[in-house]
Design a protein around this ligand. Structure first.
Ligand SMILES: [Zn+2]
Length: 210
């Protein structure tokens, strides 16, 4: 078993959770949702203990990817996102909310992920769970070895993400959580895009949306 750990950094004006998964055996790491404040993240990735290998996006909202291009250009690492998100949000500054935030950007995914795809990286395996609802191409990343899922804005502690932005759908979000996330083992730790960590068991029993 690899010596894996997940660190959280809360970044940007909306307090978006960015997660860094590191393999302490190899000092390789990946980052999920580099939200903003690239300088904060670069301080970490400039150390030998955190060699950045890839950037994963849960979805294409500006407040989750504001630092993605700068990290990609600095460390020459690929950006992973779902195919749907890549086509519908990443490349459209209006739809990805960056216009609304006053800093229009587009992001290009180097690797376009499909539902159920497994990605072997930094000595572990990530399973990609397509969870449309908050956005059409929202992707959660499940690491069985860590019993953890990075849930983006699909599932929060006792809440869910908004569905009134472009490509959002309340009925799809409900189905995604019930069929994809609640199908994970109860003990799975949930690392959401905003606010506190939770578990699948806690959300099944306490989330008022289900
Ligand atoms: Zn969002």
């Amino acid at each position: 078993m690899a010596d894996l750990e997940i660190f959280q950094k809360t970044l940007g004006q909306l307090g978006t959770n960015c997660y860094i998964m590191v393999n302490h055996d190899t000092n390789e790491c990946i980052v999920f949702d580099p939200a903003d404040e690239a300088h904060v993240l670069k301080e970490i990735f400039d150390t030998p203990e955190f060699q950045l290998k890839a950037i994963f996006l849960t979805h294409g909202h500006y407040d989750h990817m504001g630092a993605a291009n700068e990290l990609k250009n600095t460390y020459h690492v690929p950006i992973y996102a779902s195919k749907e998100e890549s086509e519908k949000l990443l490349c459209k500054a209006g739809a990805n909310l960056s216009v609304m935030f006053g800093n229009p950007i587009t992001v290009e995914a180097d690797e376009q992920l499909k539902d159920g795809q497994q990605v072997e990286i930094i000595g572990t395996m990530l399973k990609c769970l397509l969870t449309p609802g908050h956005t059409a191409g929202g992707m959660c990343y499940y690491c069985e070895e860590l019993q953890s899922v990075i849930s983006g804005d699909t599932l929060f502690c006792e809440s869910v993400g908004r569905t009134d932005f472009p490509t959002g759908s309340g009925s799809e979000l409900e189905r995604s959580v019930r069929e994809k996330l609640f199908a994970l083992p109860d003990e799975t730790k949930v690392f959401p895009g905003h606010m506190n960590m939770t578990t699948i068991k806690w959300e099944k029993e306490n989330n008022p949306y289900f």
